[in-house]
Design a binder for this molecule. Structure first.
Ligand SMILES: NC(=O)c1ccc[n+]([C@@H]2O[C@H](COP(=O)([O-])OP(=O)(O)OC[C@H]3O[C@@H](n4cnc5c(N)ncnc54)[C@H](O)[C@@H]3O)[C@@H](O)[C@H]2O)c1
Length: 394
């Protein structure tokens, strides 16, 4: 019989995945310890400051007085926990292979505090086989802990709502690990779906890669249409209007951010670089900024011109700039010796200018990220380069 109010530590609990989950678990009545190495972030959280844009995040954080939750960088608290959830970042390295430095560093740090019988839930996206490898490494060091993999599938910025509304894929190395995953996520998710650990690991990579490839199809079609002098926005509207089979046909746009590209890359590494569809998608999506610069150059020279980039986040209505293709666009424009002015509604960066200044200074404007606030802007007289179809009335 499992205890109702499990003691749960969330490692990397100050991050985009870890923090919403920690708050939801605490709201549900679990005893939650958020463990992170980012002291500034921990202090912000103790002072009720939510560190990034997350719908419902601030309200939930403000309710924390009612919850049993604490924020710490003291890893010795691990010895007191029944369940340890890992949510640290898992990027790709300079050779485009999975890099698990943060994960292994966290595991090394907690080793002196691990107790047999604890359950480790891996929630970071993992290269298939990693959960089993972690279990084997710990076993070699004499630890007898359960390992479960329960991937996060939220859309960034909507985690608080989606943790509760989405089904949760769960897996575990034993009946106890699965039972614990079921108990925790059965309470907070809409339902749970059980598969084996490796199936769960690959299911997460397939989910993100499928999305990434869908975006690449739209981007390829955009480039194809534009090269023929056709308006892809109008064509997209014609295809999707009242046509249910095209409901999930995305518009063109920069497909990037901290997850989709690197998860497609992980799948490519998993397939021993024999993943033609994934590699093509990466070339197409990563090539879009270059296509836009070349498109503008066919109309005017960018040399010495004031050029604006409207929006720098990796996706609309968000403050996250990690792996945003707007920054790649900026570099490409600088190679053309353009004077580049960047602006963003949500990202505070002293190098950016405000929207009015950008509109006054720049006659050439690229849309880097179409936040809702830009939709009503008057672009008359500007050379507008916009793959997102931000201003369909143009
Ligand atoms: N961001 C998303 O929307 C999203 C969605 C689904 C899955 N994921 C996956 O979740 C994982 C985390 O992504 P994220 O966006 O939350 O990253 P993040 O960078 O926002 O959060 C990671 C947190 O871990 C902390 N950290 C790093 N090293 C640590 C260590 N050794 N010990 C303790 N804390 C440490 C960091 O300070 C940070 O607060 C990744 O595997 C990612 O692919 C992310």
């Amino acid at each position: 019989m499992l205890r109702e109010r499990l003691r749960i530590a969330v490692i990397g609990g100050g991050g985009h995945v870890g923090l919403p989950l920690s708050l939801v678990l605490a709201e549900e009545g679990y005893q939650v310890t958020v463990i992170d190495i980012d002291e500034t972030r921990l202090q912000d959280l103790r002072e009720n400051k939510f560190p990034f844009l997350e719908r419902g995040g601030e309200e939930l954080l403000h309710k924390t007085k009612e919850f049993d939750i604490q924020y710490t960088s003291d890893f010795s608290t691990i010895s007191n926990q029944e369940v340890i959830i890992f949510t640290v970042g898992t990027p790709v390295d300079e050779h485009l292979n999975p890099s698990y430095n943060a994960l292994y560093s966290a595991l090394d740090t907690i080793k002196p505090h691990i107790r047999n019988g604890q359950t480790f839930i891996m929630r970071s996206t993992l290269f298939p086989g990693t959960s089993d490898r972690i279990k084997a490494l710990l076993k070699k060091d004499g630890f007898d802990v359960g390992v479960s993999f329960c991937p996060e599938r939220i859309a960034q910025g909507y985690a608080i709502e989606e943790i509760r509304s989405l089904p949760q894929i769960i897996s575990g190395d034993s009946e106890k690990s699965v039972a614990i995953a079921k108990q925790i996520f059965g309470k907070i998710a809409s339902s749970v779906v059980e598969v084996s650990i490796e199936e769960a690991e690959i299911a997460k990579l397939f989910t993100n890669t499928w999305r990434y490839i869908k975006f690449s199809i739209a981007n390829q079609f955009y480039m194809l249409a534009e090269e023929k002098g056709l308006d892809f926005g109008k064509i997209h509207n014609a295809i999707t209007y009242n046509y249910p089979r095209a409901n999930d046909f995305p518009k063109a746009g920069f497909a990037a951010g901290p997850c989709l590209f690197k998860d497609t890359m992980q799948l490519a590494a998993y397939s021993r670089n024999n993943f033609h569809l994934g590699h093509s998608a990466m070339l197409i999506n990563e090539g879009l900024p270059n296509f836009l610069v070349e498109k503008a150059k066919k109309i005017t020279s960018l040399e010495g011109k004031n050029v604006g980039i409207l929006g720098m986040a990796f996706k609309p209505n968000n403050d996250d700039f990690r792996e945003s293709l707007a920054y790649k666009l900026k570099r490409l424009l600088e190679y053309e010796n353009a004077e580049v002015y960047c602006t963003d509604v949500y990202i505070k960066d002293p190098r950016f200018v405000n929207l009015n200044e950008m509109m006054e200074r720049c006659d050439v404007i690229f849309v880097g990220c179409p936040h809702n606030e830009y939709r009503e802007l008057n672009m008359t007289g500007k050379l507008l380069v916009d793959c997102w179809d931000t201003f369909p009335q143009k």
